[in-house]
Design a protein around this ligand. Structure first.
Ligand code: AMP
Ligand code: ZN
Length: 113
């Protein structure tokens, strides 16, 4: 499959893995939009949030929970952070493998994106 994130999961693209378990992997964004910019993705290739169903609720909850854990480890859980999921073309999604953006260490409070 020609999916950049599946290639990272398969070890075909070298990169720093910050966290991994049976369901989820986290790694730094290659083009950070904030001093801390981490991507949290499911191992399962789900193209976008629009492709999830109620059956994915536990996985989605786990992705958010791991994001919060990564924020704690990065020392931004108290100062604050933003989680973003871009969904589909008009949502600004470029990589068609579901992912959460964890952004922190700059003031994001007055911006939407
Ligand atoms: P989105 O616009 O929500 O699809 O975001 C895709 C994100 O993936 C962008 O922030 C890219 O910088 C990031 N990205 C693309 N390729 C890689 C890669 N090989 N390693 C890490 N991050 C990547
Ligand atoms: Zn994929």
């Amino acid at each position: 499959m020609d999916c950049v994130f599946c290639k990272i999961l398969a070890g075909e693209i070298p990169g720093k893995i910050l966290y991994q378990d049976e369901e989820v992997v986290a790694f730094p964004d290659i083009n950070p939009q904030a001093p801390i910019h981490i991507l949290i993705i499911p191992r399962k290739h789900i193209p976008s949030l629009a492709d999830t169903t109620e059956a994915d609720s536990a996985l989605l909850g786990h992705l958010v929970s791991v994001a919060n854990q990564m924020a704690k480890e990065a020392g931004i859980a108290q100062s604050g952070y933003r989680l973003v999921i871009n969904c589909g073309q008009e949502g600004g999604q470029v990589v068609p493998h579901l992912h959460l953006h964890l952004l922190g260490r700059k003031s994001l409070s007055d911006t939407l994106g």
